[in-house]
Ligand binder design. Structure first.
Ligand SMILES: NC(=O)c1ccc[n+]([C@@H]2O[C@H](COP(=O)([O-])OP(=O)(O)OC[C@H]3O[C@@H](n4cnc5c(N)ncnc54)[C@H](OP(=O)(O)O)[C@@H]3O)[C@@H](O)[C@H]2O)c1
Length: 265
């Protein structure tokens, strides 16, 4: 399917690794020029160079911490200075610690909310008014299926994700009539560096080895397997493109129909 994205400008936060890197790769392969953000400038520059070489499009790194409003604003401004506009925004810079109620600290809760919720708020707030001014745009927030179901070991992610989904619905309601389409993509477990860290942390908290933690995650998914980041990237690219022009304010799961907590108690 041709997504008709040639010449569009995309900003992908958290684009140096994992889902964000695959989204940036896919959008560049679809003809977009892409700005990616992350904190570690070395990883970012390596990914930008790799994707530029692979795709023949301009992929540019802009280092910044999405838990800091000034950094978010600086990265968004740099993207506009570089390319003149932002047609597509994909928010992927997030992480929330797993853990049990008795053990999670205030700092861990606040860290999750400050990046996974407020980081997405800051980025959408910086980009959407610019999209309105330029005559429209499309936003995809990569959130997570823990916002849609309870998971006793992933409460911090669940709370931040649920807040993101509510925020996304409100922004969609307000800005759809002004030409900005906004949807969320909600993965279950996806094979990335972050997922590897979560498996290790489950294993620690449950007193099992990592292979057993992975097995328990897999059996919580009816399809019995962990999603690959390329699959998430394909869904994001479709929703970001004009091919999905009538899809707006949707919260789309991509999780092999996982409806249970990752681990049995
Ligand atoms: N993997 C899963 O199973 C899964 C499931 C559901 C939802 N999600 C969500 O999908 C998104 C991407 O997850 P992932 O698994 O791809 O993560 P990942 O492999 O850990 O990659 C995260 C990316 O975000 C960047 N990042 C992290 N903190 C940042 C910050 N404060 N400011 C700017 N960039 C930051 C990282 O680079 P630096 O470290 O250099 O900053 C990296 O580029 C997250 O929001 C996550 O919650 C993931």
């Amino acid at each position: 399917m041709d997504l008709n994205m040639t010449g569009k400008i995309a900003l992908v936060t958290g684009g140096s690794k994992g889902i964000g890197r695959e989204v940036a790769r896919r959008l560049a392969n679809e003809g977009c020029d892409v700005v990616i953000t992350a904190r570690n400038a070395k990883d970012l520059d390596e990914t930008a160079a790799l994707l530029s070489n692979e795709t023949g499009r301009r992929v540019v790194g802009q280092a910044g911490d999405m838990s800091d409003s000034a950094d978010v604003e600086r990265c968004v401004k740099a993207a506009v200075d570089e390319f003149g506009r932002i047609d597509v925004l994909v928010t992927c810079a997030g992480s929330s610690p797993g853990g049990l109620l008795e053990e999670l600290t205030d700092d861990e809760w606040m860290q999750s909310l400050n990046l996974k919720f407020m980081g997405y708020v800051r980025t959408v707030r910086a980009v959407v008014p610019r999209m309105v001014e330029q005559g429209g745009g499309s936003v995809v927030m990569v959130v997570g299926n823990d916002g849609l179901k309870p998971s006793f070991w992933e409460m911090t992610a669940g709370a931040a994700n649920a807040a993101d989904l509510n925020f996304a619905s409100s922004v969609a309601d307000q800005y759809g009539p002004k030409g900005v389409r906004l949807n969320t993509v909600n993965p279950g477990p996806v094979d990335t560096e972050r997922w590897d860290g979560l498996e290790k942390a489950f294993a620690r908290d449950m007193g099992v080895d990592q292979a057993e933690a992975r097995r328990r995650a897999e059996v919580s998914i009816p399809f019995g397997r962990i999603t690959q980041p390329e699959e998430v990237a394909s869904l994001v690219a479709f929703l970001a493109s004009d091919v999905a022009a009538s899809v707006h304010g949707a919260h789309v799961p991509i999780d092999g129909a996982q409806r249970k907590a990752l681990m049995e108690r």
